[in-house]
Write a protein that binds this ligand. Sequence first.
Ligand code: SF4
Length: 354
Amino acid sequence: MDWHAESILDRLRFEGHIEDREFDTLIAETMLDDELFDSLRQSAVCTAAENHNGLKVYLRALIEISSHCRSNCLYCGLRRDNGKAVRYRLSEGEILESCDKAYSLGLRTFVLQGGEDATLSDERLVPLIRQIKYNFADAAVTLSLGERSEASFKALFEAGASRYLLRHEAADRALYESLHPTPATYDGRMEAVQQLMRIGYQTGVGMMVGVPGQMVEHLAEDLRFIAHTKPHMIGIGPFVPCRNTPFEGASAGDTRLTMIAVAIARLCVPNALMPATTALATLLEDGDTEAILSGANVIMPNFSPQRVRGEYAIYDNKSLWSLNTAADIDRLAARLKAIGFNIDFSRGDYTEQR
Ligand code: SF4
């Protein structure tokens, strides 16, 4: 093992921080050195366990409420200009039914995810969130609906949503701008993340690994951003190309590099909630457990109604984790048990560092 990279890893593990310039070295050396790779992942798992009372995985019910989007992110199958994307919207009744199904299986977080759909107005979402909180008082509502105005973020928070996922996508301004055509702006995204944190949301950021134009230095910049911002949730997955987008012919992101980024992020924010992404599971057999063994501690099974399941096609061949029955939960529990982890059915809120 390279002694310099090993000493960087030791400091990150035991002191919780490293110099800004050392992120690049740690990433590059871990790509080359299997022993360092194993050591990094083991450190990440130990850190997650120490900060979450053991080897546990939280479950979140993912409900994809709309595949309409006004934005045009170059990498995404739901981008506005993709005329071939399947577009749908769930009704309030369908969303509540999905919550009910997840709740009856023991899940206590609902993640309402959708594109930037103008029909998802506050007038529609506020009563819906209130109704969910009324029906399932001990459950948490997480939103993942893209950028909105600060007033809207506040209204949804006051209605009862307590968490918001908004990937920062790229901490490097030029890379961000190369992926997101105007009117999306780098400053707008960064400000939105800050607004969410100020309002009091448990806030999630994250990025793709290997998106076209991204270099190792960009990834290091993303990890520095995470280390300095200390988000409550962090989602990191590999880029997966999607047909009918400008990047349809691009190569997918590297799975090993993705696991390295997950593990480093875990060490930078020991108490973060970090999902195993479907993107990693799409590219890698047992990608969910590989992510857990890199420091992730959340799995988000899909509870969208059957009629639309699989239609939220942000990239090709998207892996689908479905839990329809108690037997499905038992099977997932057995797979996690095989790697030493248990399912935690609590809400799994972010708590300050132990
Ligand atoms: S990444 Fe999100 S905001 Fe961008 S096009 Fe896809 S659904 Fe819309």
